[in-house]
Design a protein around this ligand. Structure first.
Ligand SMILES: Cc1cc2nc3c(=O)[nH]c(=O)nc-3n(C[C@H](O)[C@H](O)[C@H](O)COP(=O)(O)OP(=O)(O)OC[C@H]3O[C@@H](n4cnc5c(N)ncnc54)[C@H](O)[C@@H]3O)c2cc1C
Ligand code: SF4
Length: 480
């Protein structure tokens, strides 16, 4: 035991931190490390193969992390890739954007022992990027084609993971999306500096080459009726995500230059994709040279502040009503944002937006955290007489998202939703209250993570397969 411990301490010390730091992009503090084969092997070799893989337990996909780390350390990259992709449809995407500090890496025993986590996400990214370069990533080739078809509403990670799993089993898979591109929030929400768009589009193309059929610019509920999809397909999966932005009701909230986060991020992402975006080109949605105040403390707020910095904002402040410890965003991203010059104004809530026609400042009030509510979170309480003003010529509201009213949108009374508006599914079968209609991802959980959407999509695909098979068997018996 002692010698094993010694070995692991030795390996940890041999970790090429300097080398990894050199390879890391220099301009901004990115959230993942860039590796070459040697750096990846050294990093993967730091895994102590502890036998109690908390990393695996805390990964929503229960990825076989210790095994693919060992294979990477031994230079067996193709096998490492095969192991990583066996449980994850998008390992290179999760490797880039999972909040690993809350998932696998935060639970690594080496991290717990105070030696710094094995950078699991960066290794996962490296293995899969290498697999793409080497041509090991190939389109799905089902062993047999089935005549049954599945309609999937939503081309985000939940819908796409389900699409791939169902194609593997040979189903005819049709994905409908209201956007003009495949990828959901991975394309129009998450910024390019965290997740390069080519990484998403090459996956979308791969699925298409594997037989998944996309129907883009197709808004289900208006361009196409939900009832028609149910009629057309043997099963339907709802993976529409959550898009209704939460708002602030405060004096002056109608002033110009106050924007919802998704307007700001979508414009920036569209520009990055080469689209013409008049509201960006005329400067409206461009933070360059402006004093920007972002309101909120989640990952979306972090993406807004870091995008504003990259656009050349004069000053970027993040106003959040709780403290650093209680913010929902990834701590790693907060640290990166701070490194990049973002100022965090903790324990402060907006009270009014000031200006005549265009916003000029945000008036805010200090907050202290009171007694916990039923969920255990301390309730923010305003401190009398603690007003202060922040200069702002652009304000971005990043207060989170709620689901749209799907029963109304889909004109389907029978689709049951929870009191938060998320779609209600059976815990085991993933089926909604409607026969043959399943749901996955944010529309079931509320705003969550890509890795959870992938997990839900995979689970739903498995249940859809059971459902269709059971129906086929029942009709065969009835026909006898
Ligand atoms: C700014 C931002 C940053 C984020 N950063 C991270 C991060 O760093 N790491 C992370 O893990 N997660 C992050 N997330 C969360 C993550 O993006 C989501 O949890 C994930 O994308 C949910 O996947 P989904 O498939 O359920 O939905 P989505 O990705 O939202 O995809 C849903 C799709 O359904 C389509 N759709 C909706 N309604 C209809 C309709 N009626 N008809 C047709 N199509 C429809 C939409 O156009 C969309 O393409 C972030 C989210 C945001 C907003
Ligand atoms: S999928 Fe996410 S949580 Fe799981 S191992 Fe990869 S980076 Fe960690």
């Amino acid at each position: 035991m002692a010698s094993k411990m010694l070995q692991f301490v030795k390996r940890a010390r041999a970790m090429p931190e300097k080398r990894a730091a050199e390879l890391r992009r220099r301009d901004f503090g990115e959230i993942y490390d860039e590796y070459d084969p040697e750096a990846a092997a050294n990093q993967a070799g730091r895994c102590s193969q502890c036998g109690v893989p908390f990393c695996q337990v805390h990964c929503p996909l229960h990825n076989n992390i210790p095994d693919w780390l060992m294979l990477t350390a031994e230079g067996r990259l193709q096998e490492a890739y095969e192991t990583a992709q066996a449980t994850n449809n998008f390992p290179e995407i999760c490797g880039r954007i999972c909040p690993q500090d809350r998932l696998c890496e935060g639970n690594c025993v080496i991290e717990q022992a105070g030696h710094g986590t094995v950078t699991i996400g960066s290794v996962e990214k490296y293995i899969t990027d290498t697999a793409w370069e080497e041509g090991w990533v190939q389109p799905v080739k089902p062993a047999r084609e089935r005549r049954q078809s599945v309609g999937i509403i939503g081309a985000g990670p939940g819908g796409l993971a389900a699409a791939e799993q169902l194609r593997r089993k040979g189903y005819q898979v049709h994905v409908y999306d209201r956007y003009d591109r495949v990828g959901g929030l991975m394309i129009y929400g998450i910024p390019n500096f965290k997740l390069e768009k080519e990484v998403v589009t090459r996956r979308a193309d791969l699925l298409e080459r594997g037989g998944v059929q996309y129907h883009l610019n197709c808004d289900v509920g208006s361009a196409e009726s939900f009832a028609a999809l149910r009629e057309r397909h043997d099963a339907v999966l709802i993976a529409t995500g959550v898009y209704k932005a939460r708002d602030i009701k405060a004096p002056g909230s109608g002033l110009k230059n106050i924007f919802p986060a998704m307007d700001f991020l979508t414009a920036s992402n569209r520009k990055g994709l080469g689209d013409s975006v008049p509201a960006f080109e005329d400067g409206t949605l461009d933070a360059n040279g402006k004093s920007v105040v972002v309101i909120g403390g989640g990952d979306t707020a972090m993406d807004c502040v870091r995008t504003a910095v990259r656009q050349g904002a004069k000053a970027v402040r993040c106003l959040y009503r709780r403290d650093r410890k209680n913010m929902p965003g990834s701590q790693r991203e907060v640290a990166n944002a701070e490194e990049e010059g973002v100022e965090f104004v903790w324990l402060s809530a907006p009270e009014a937006f000031l200006g005549d026609d265009v916003v000029k400042a945000v008036r805010a009030q200090r907050v202290h955290l009171g007694m916990p509510d039923a969920t255990g979170r301390q309730i923010p309480q305003l401190i009398d007489g603690s007003h202060f003003t922040l200069e702002a010529d652009m304000v971005i509201k990043a207060l989170g998202f709620d689901p749209e009213d799907l029963p109304k949108l889909f004109d389907t009374e029978g689709l049951e939703v929870t009191r938060w508006g998320t779609v209600l599914t059976d815990f085991k079968s993933k089926m909604t209250a409607l026969d043959g209609v399943f749901a996955a991802g944010d529309i079931v959980r509320g705003a969550s993570l890509v890795v959870w959407a992938v997990r839900d999509g995979r689970d739903a695909a498995e249940q859809i397969h059971h459902y269709i098979q059971a129906k086929a068997e029942a009709s065969a018996v009835a026909a006898e």
